[in-house]
Design a binder for this molecule. Structure first.
Ligand SMILES: [Zn+2]
Ligand SMILES: [Zn+2]
Length: 216
């Protein structure tokens, strides 16, 4: 879930009826026919089972509608106006509580991805490998952008890129193969190879690894 307006995640809402901190929840899908929706991606809902709105609601709903349901207090972001939502059980909304840190992390990743893509055009002339590495190692970025970053990688002729790539698990095997080819070329251009035993970079013509002493 990407929230456009992350400032709402920092809001604190206190239930006016029970003084409990209201939970930031993902807004449920729209009511049929209402069309406008909540106008917000999240709602603040009092999930306190001792809240008088919740405990007293069962009887009210039963008397008025003959239903087994009750209410939860709700406020929209940026507002202290109190609304109620009808719920059929105490578990309604408990599964849609938003973890602000997780959302902020997701948003930050998304933001970084967008910036990296924007910087790809000029990164070679700027001699800035950061956006390239960032996209290559970002499993959430699109394969097309990551493939483009891999193609740019050879322009930098920078052997320090190998370590982080080797420490990364690529979920897409074709990207893994693509990046392997670039690394092989990079090593070749620099008269290096990776020790098959300890993975350290050594001279292409070495007979013995200077790091693990293995005979090659
Ligand atoms: Zn409450
Ligand atoms: Zn070695």
């Amino acid at each position: 879930m990407v929230i456009q307006n992350t400032a709402v995640l920092e809001e604190e809402h206190i239930c006016p009826k029970c003084k409990a901190k209201m939970s930031c929840c993902e807004a449920p899908p729209m009511h049929v026919g209402d069309g406008l929706g909540w106008g917000s991606e999240v709602l603040f809902i009092c999930l306190n089972n001792d809240c008088p709105t919740f405990t007293g609601g069962w009887e009210k709903v039963d008397v008025n509608y003959g239903h087994k349901a009750t209410f939860r207090n709700m406020q929209l972001p940026g507002s202290t106006e109190l609304n109620v939502m009808m719920v059929a059980s105490e578990f309604a909304f408990t599964g849609s509580v938003v973890d602000p840190e997780k959302i902020l992390a997701q948003n930050a990743r998304y933001q970084k991805e967008k910036e990296s893509i924007a910087r790809l055009d000029t990164c070679v002339e700027d001699n800035d490998i950061t956006p390239v590495m960032s996209l290559i190692l970002d499993e959430m970025a699109t394969p097309a952008d990551r493939s483009r970053a891999i193609k740019l990688l050879k322009e930098f002729n920078d052997l320090s890129c190998i370590d982080p790539i080797r420490n990364h698990t690529f979920k897409k095997t074709d990207l893994q193969q693509e990046v392997n080819m670039v690394i092989l070329q990079l090593l070749k251009d620099n008269f290096k190879k990776e020790c098959p035993y300890c993975s350290e970079l050594i001279k292409a013509q070495a007979k013995k690894c200077m790091h693990c002493q293995a005979d090659l």
